[in-house]
Design a protein around this ligand. Structure first.
Ligand code: ADP
Ligand code: MG
Length: 150
């Protein structure tokens, strides 16, 4: 199994298509990190979960991540978008995002309704929060990789 998969990078601006308005903002990883993640997890596109930390803050949060393709680049470039399961007071564009991917949740789907999409993401969040309680995954929460640079 490829897990855990470690990745980090500075948070990029995405399409700002309103995920924040839906209450589900996703922080976009830079291209190199997205490529690294997609290759490392082997199954490629899909929904994954694990741990994340941001910038100079050592706090580690649960996260769910969508790995897919960027329509703006004719689906030739990867995307990796991380929703951190925490309510932040401020955006963190350009801050370092560090993640540990511990597993795969499901395949990507095409949605005909926004409600169906939101429902599935809420289920993904529950799956992630539940599964991250396993001792082996909990141990990764304190992995040195997630610590901010000195
Ligand atoms: P974009 O298209 O630029 O990714 P989003 O609407 O998806 O816009 O919002 C993502 C941004 O919101 C992130 O880059 C980050 O700065 C901020 N943000 C605030 N809270 C969170 C969170 N819990 N998870 C991920 N990003 C968050
Ligand atoms: Mg986003």
């Amino acid at each position: 199994a490829p897990y855990p998969v470690f990745a980090n990078g500075l948070v990029m601006t995405g399409f700002q298509r309103g995920s924040k308005q839906l209450g589900i903002p996703t922080a976009n990883m830079p291209q190199e990190a997205a490529d690294h993640i997609a290759h490392a997890v082997q199954s490629g596109s899909g929904i994954y979960y694990g741990w994340a930390s941001v910038g100079n803050d050592a706090t580690v949060y649960p996260m769910v991540m969508s790995v897919g393709w960027n329509p703006f680049f004719k689906n030739e470039k990867r995307t990796a978008e991380v929703h951190i399961i925490h309510q932040f007071d401020e955006d963190f564009y350009d801050h370092e995002l560090r993640i540990v991917v511990v597993g795969y949740i499901r395949d990507e789907k095409n949605y005909t309704s926004l409600d169906a999409l939101i429902d599935d993401i809420k289920t993904d969040i529950q799956v992630a929060e539940h599964s991250l309680k396993r001792p082996a995954y909990l141990a990764l929460k304190s992995d040195a990789f997630l610590a901010p640079p000195p």
